[in-house]
Design a protein around this ligand. Sequence first.
Ligand code: SAH
Length: 390
Amino acid sequence: MKKQFELIATAAAGLEAVVGRELRDLGYDCQVENGRVRFKGDVRAIIETNLWLRAADRIKIVVGSFPARTFEELFQGVFALDWDRYLPLGARFPISKAKCVKSKLHNEPSVQAISKKAVVKKLQKHYARPEGVPLIENGAEFKIEVSILKDQATILIDTTGSSLFKRGYRTEKGGAPIKENMAAAILKLSNWYPDKPLVDPTCGSGTFCIEAAMIARQIAPGLRRTFSFEEWNWIDNRLIQEVRTEASKKINRDLVLDIMGTDIDARMVEIAKENAQKAGVASDITFKQMRVQDLRSEKINGVIISNPPYGERLSDDAGVTKLYAEMGEVFEPLKTWSKFILTSDENFEKKFGRQADKKRKLYNGTLKVDLYQFFGERVRRQATSEKGNI
Ligand code: SAH
C-alpha cells in the first residue's frame, strides 16, 4: 500500500485556520484553503487525524487531480488513477458526491455516472474480470467524491464516514444545537484555558461545556465512534488499536475544572447531564436549571460562552430583544470575564448594549452567524498585589 497520501481535512467556512492549527499541533505541515486544509501523511495520519481533530468535518484522500473539460477527459482522467491501490475486489464504491463549479461540465448526475463507469472499467481490467459482467460490491465502503472547479477535477475518497462532529456522546440534542466541531473551534478561538472558570448560561444539550472538558482532559473527540477506514483491508487493525490505546493513555485525569452549564429549560439540563455522562466528563461540569438573568459570580477572569436563542430559530423577535438586553445587564458587572456570544442576529450589539471588541463570521450549518467577542478587563496590578499581600 502507498506510504504517503495527499490528504485534506474539510472544515466549515471560517474554521479552516483552527483546523490548520490543530494539524500543526499534531505535527503535520499544512496549507489552509477555503473550506479545506491540505496535508500529507501515511496510514497513521489518517487514523490520528480522524481521532484527534476537533474542528474538522472529514478527512479525505486526494486520489488525483486533472483537467476535465469534456466527459471523455473526465473518463480518461478517472480511469488513469491507481484505483487498485485503494479498492479491493468486492469493495463498494459509490460516487457519493459530484460538485461542479465554474466548469464546462455541470451536469452532476452525469459526472457521477461517467466517473463510476471509469472506476469499474479500471477495476475490471486490474482484477481481470470480464467486461460487461458487473463487479460485485458487497464489501467495505469507499465513498468517492468528484469535485470539478474551473475545469479541474479532483477525485477524493472519504475516510471518515459520518461527519467528525458526530462524536457519539450526544444522543439527545434539543431544538437548536451547535455542532460539536463548531463548539470546539469556538473554544479554541476564545481565551479560555482549563484554569479559568467557564460558564455557558444557555447550555442546551451542553455542547460547549462538554467540548471544553474534553479539550482540558485531552480526551480525543473520536474515541467513542468508528470511522469508514476501520473497515478497509489495507489499514491494519493493530495500528488502529495502537493509536486508540495511545489516545486513551493521554487522558489527563488529575485536573480540577470549573465548568458550569445552565439553561432555563430543566429538560435540557437533564439531557446535558446525560450527554456529559456519555462523554466521560460528568464529574467536570455542574449543570443546573437557571435563567441567564440570574447569573452572578464573585469569581474573576472567567469566560462566558453562549449561543442564545435567535429569532429565526427558537423564539420571536421581541422575546429575543428583551433577552439580549437582560444578558447585557447581567454580564456588565462581570468586568474581568470575557464573553463570547454566537448569534445570527445582526442587531445583537444594539440589543445587548455594547459593541463587541471583535466579530467573527461563521456558519452554523447553512445559517450565517457571528461570534461577538468581548474581552475581560485585566485585573489591575494593584488589585493583584493587594491580593498577594493577604
Ligand atoms: N448551544 C446549545 C444550544 C443552545 S439553544 C447546544 O449545543 O445544545 C438556546 C438555549 O437557550 C435553549 O436550550 C433554551 O432553553 C435556552 N434559553 C432560552 N432562554 C433562556 C433564558 N432566559 N435563560 C437561560 N436559558 C435560556
